[in-house]
Design a protein around this ligand. Structure first.
Ligand SMILES: [Zn+2]
Length: 393
């Protein structure tokens, strides 16, 4: 037995020596080839050695636009693209990564935990609005931007107190406390906001406060869908501005909602005029998620294509404002949405595995100064970290 074992050991040792010898020869060969390539590709190596994104502090963005497609996973994007002649404005992005969307207490997140991750840089529990796992407030990106003299704006195709926009401006233990969340708007100093939810500002059930009037007392111009057509508004840049687009939730695109594009564009002009230092602007395509919850493919695709059109207009804006960093991502995937084998271009057959959310990795698209920092795979909280680090805040 001992001899056999010894023999086996020697054999293994012998193989090891042979392997090491071959490995050394391979190393010498690779080094030789590398030397030749290095000499021939000297100029391209110089380009590769240009400063890393972290070092490029001299091209710090002066505007940050964070665009969130609620419930926008890879299949929602794919379905939009293959229903639109195989094209999306999203294809203009070159810096692309993935974020891990899980919440602190659940692998499958909700919109509140993921928006808190983007807004505050901390994982928290599902339902939390701008608070940590201990339910205590955490400073948001919007609040930091305000402290640094930036203008700030929020636009959504949901109610403006719905989970995603709420997490940037409010701090509440529950996303369902809409009237309490609305109370965060007076005193916030936000320069521009557009979304539904008038009933949480006026004619409230909790108290008889009129938050629209309180905002007007602070110098705001506050308008609503009942008295004004948002397509015709021209906010005075010397005053902060808010527009409430519905009493509660705005309509889907398929039912005639058409304000998200003009509201986003008017906001870009308003925020540009409101501060010479820069602005932070969050735009949410809210209802891609609602199409997923309804397991309704045409609802998803119509909302996705509207959001993509707005992304295109925002990218056009950066052509004349090149110091603008644009980040597009989703908060989670909704519906376990998939495109079936029987599909063809512009004619998709789709299926769903759930009426809830899923745990998929979510793509991140970045454009402008610092965009390279968004390549790779990272936690959703890293989006906050990357923005703060690029700003030097
Ligand atoms: Zn949802």
């Amino acid at each position: 037995m001992k001899l056999l074992i010894l023999s086996g050991a020697v054999q293994n040792l012998d193989h090891g020596i042979t392997f090491m010898y071959m490995k050394r020869r391979l190393t010498v060969f690779v080094s030789l080839v590398s030397c030749i390539l290095l000499t021939r590709c000297h100029s391209s190596m110089e380009i590769a050695r240009s400063p890393s994104p972290a070092v490029k502090t001299e091209i710090r963005p002066t505007n940050v636009i964070l665009m969130i497609g609620d419930g926008m996973g890879l299949t929602q994007i794919t379905a939009g693209m293959y229903s639109n002649g195989n094209h999306l404005e999203l294809e203009r992005f070159k810096s692309i990564g993935f974020q891990k969307s899980h919440a602190s207490n659940k692998l499958v997140t909700d919109s509140a935990a993921s928006a808190t991750a983007f807004a505050c840089g901390k994982k928290t529990y599902n339902g939390a609005v701008g608070v940590g796992t201990d339910s205590l407030p955490i400073k948001t990106l919007l609040e930091s931007a305000k402290e640094h003299g930036w203008a700030t704006g929020l636009v959504a195709s949901s109610s403006i107190v719905h989970a995603t926009p709420a997490c940037f401006i409010a701090h509440n233990k529950s996303r369902k406390n809409y009237e309490e969340i609305a109370e965060a708007f007076p005193g916030s100093g936000i320069d521009y906001f557009v979304g539904g939810g008038l009933k949480f500002f006026q004619n409230r059930t909790k108290d008889d406060r009129d938050l629209c009037q309180e905002l007007r007392n602070e110098g705001y111009v506050i308008e609503d869908y009942f008295h004004q057509d948002l397509n015709n508004i021209k906010p005075d840049p010397t005053k902060p501005y808010g527009f409430l687009t519905a009493n509660e939730d705005p309509l889907p695109v398929e039912s005639g909602r058409d304000y998200l594009l003009p509201a986003t564009f008017t906001g870009l002009q308003h925020l540009t005029a409101r501060s010479s230092k820069g602005f932070f602007y969050m735009v949410e395509g809210s209802q891609i998620d609602w199409g997923g919850h309804a397991n309704n493919s045409s609802y998803i695709i119509s909302e996705l294509l509207e959001f993509d059109q707005i992304i295109g207009k925002v990218l056009d804006y950066t052509e004349t404002h090149p110091s603008t960093l644009v980040i597009v991502t989703g908060d989670h995937e909704t519906g376990g949405y998939s495109i079936l084998e029987s599909s063809s271009m512009n004619n998709l057959n789709t299926a769903f595995t759930t009426i809830g959310h899923t745990a998929d990795l979510i793509p991140v698209f970045a454009f402008g100064p610092g965009a390279e920092a968004f390549q790779g795979i990272y936690e959703n909280t890293a989006i906050y970290d990357k923005i703060m680090s690029l700003m030097g805040w």
